[in-house]
Ligand binder design. Structure first.
Ligand SMILES: Cc1cc2nc3c(=O)[nH]c(=O)nc-3n(C[C@H](O)[C@H](O)[C@H](O)COP(=O)(O)OP(=O)(O)OC[C@H]3O[C@@H](n4cnc5c(N)ncnc54)[C@H](O)[C@@H]3O)c2cc1C
Length: 402
């Protein structure tokens, strides 16, 4: 079957799907790829690196895909009903949540947003408020601080990273951030509608995201928060339609989930169109020196703990390193806190097996902990404390590489 495949979205999920489909042995169909952002597809995860001055926009581009079977459409897909396809893959991502704002606010979701922020800095913005104390907000604050900007980090939760860290760990992080010129204000709901608005030259919004479901909604496909799909990424409302990445409702979020969804959908589409499966050795799109996931999944099924790992990029802000592995906010079995060094290490055991850990200020044990938590077959050390302190474990590498 010479299948006509239409893809909407050129983020990590869309790019990975197209790449895998074109690499599928025997694929003789066509791919029409609708993109909504200008320029080449890029790795969204690295936008804070751009703010920190670590990368140029060119350096975060995803590999170019050129193929006679591929047609780029540099316009968004407007409707499912009018598209001509045998299989349609929605990879439309998520919109940033925007509270009622005054004029000087910009979200951080796209390359254009990052450019707007960099322009404001070049035009003399010296005091920036970052709204949102989740992973993206903390990373953004650190990236801006690295540029010598004074940062107010405003969070509506009781403490920073409140979905990931307990109050004591967050307090140590807050102290470390303050030494880098980042002032943290928690318990504050920013909204221009209520007049609670930071005094700053620029306000950067990192208030979460909402899956883009408008195409699915207009086509009558089922959705809740995101587009509902089965394990292969297929809509129960139309077996020809798939949804992958941040627009889909499948229990997992973030860059790894987007790549994984794309891989599974490419296998299924190939199978349905009777091509060979995409080569399993095709590898992943390179994410760079990056972090697994930005938000904890709603449910953390047993055996998928590594999917909920958090490792912040904190751009050399001393003491701001954070790694959370396994179930966030699990009750710790062992805790080591060093107030002077502002470090805290917490480990949760189930029997003898490590199932969760949270590290603040010193994350050198993270690689080995990640492996130990991900692989229950690995025998834990006879003294569990060694997982937090052993020098050999500290020197293990590879956690923050994809
Ligand atoms: C600054 C930043 C840092 C992040 N860091 C991490 C991290 O460290 N770890 C992690 O796991 N996750 C991180 N994330 C989240 C991660 O980037 C997303 O989970 C991932 O990019 C989702 O990929 P996606 O392809 O599903 O969606 P997106 O990357 O949002 O791409 C969707 C694309 O579809 C386009 N589109 C929308 N509608 C249409 C249409 N109708 N037709 C055509 N195109 C359309 C959009 O414009 C967009 O280009 C970060 C996000 C940001 C913003």
């Amino acid at each position: 079957m010479n299948a006509r495949i239409v893809v909407a979205g050129a983020g990590l999920a869309g790019h990975e799907f197209v790449r895998r489909m074109l690499a599928s042995p025997g694929f003789e169909g066509t791919v029409t790829w609708h993109t909504a952002e200008p320029g080449r597809p890029y790795n969204r995860v690295l936008l804070t690196d751009l703010l920190a001055g670590r990368h140029t926009p060119e350096a975060i581009s995803l590999p170019a895909l050129a193929d006679p079977r591929l047609t780029y459409r540099r316009t968004p897909l407007g409707s499912i009903a009018t598209a001509a396809f045998d299989f349609l893959v929605l990879a439309t991502g998520a919109d940033p949540v925007i509270p009622p704002v005054r004029g000087n606010a910009v979200p951080l979701r796209t390359l254009n947003d990052a450019r707007t922020i960099l322009r404001a800095l070049a035009d003399g913005a010296r005091r920036v408020a970052v709204v949102g104390g989740g992973p993206l907000g903390v990373e953004t604050a650190c990236a801006l601080a690295r540029r010598g900007v004074r940062v107010d980090l405003v969070h509506r939760g009781p403490h920073l990273l409140s979905r990931w860290l307990d109050a004591e760990s967050a307090a140590l992080l807050t102290d470390s951030l303050s030494t880098a010129g980042i002032t943290v204000r928690c318990g504050t709901e920013v909204s221009a509608a209520t007049g609670t608005w930071p005094t700053a030259d620029l306000v950067v919004l990192a208030c979460g995201t909402r899956p883009r479901v408008s195409l699915a909604r207009a086509a009558g496909l089922p959705f809740e928060r995101g587009i509902l799909v089965d394990a292969d990424g297929r809509s129960p409302g139309d077996p020809r339609v798939f949804a992958i990445g941040d627009c889909a409702e499948n229990g997992a979020v973030g860059a790894f989930a987007a790549l994984d969804d794309a891989r599974r959908a490419a296998v299924k589409v190939s199978e349905l169109a009777q091509y060979s499966h995409p080569s399993p050795t095709g590898g992943h799109t390179t994410l760079g020196n990056i972090v697994p996931v930005c938000q904890p999944p709603k449910e953390v099924p047993t055996g998928s703990f590594t999917r909920s790992a958090l490792r912040l990029r904190t751009y050399d802000v001393p003491g701001a390193d954070v790694a959370v592995l396994g179930r966030p906010l699990a009750d710790p079995t062992i805790q080591l806190t060093d107030q002077r060094r502002r470090t805290r290490k917490a480990l949760t055991l189930e029997g003898d097996a490590p199932i969760a850990a949270a590290l603040v200020g010193d994350v050198r044990a993270a690689p080995a902990l990640a492996r130990a938590i991900a692989d229950p077959a690995t025998p834990p050390p006879s003294v569990p404390l060694a997982l937090l302190t052993s020098p050999s474990l500290r020197d293990a590498a590879g956690f923050d590489r994809v």
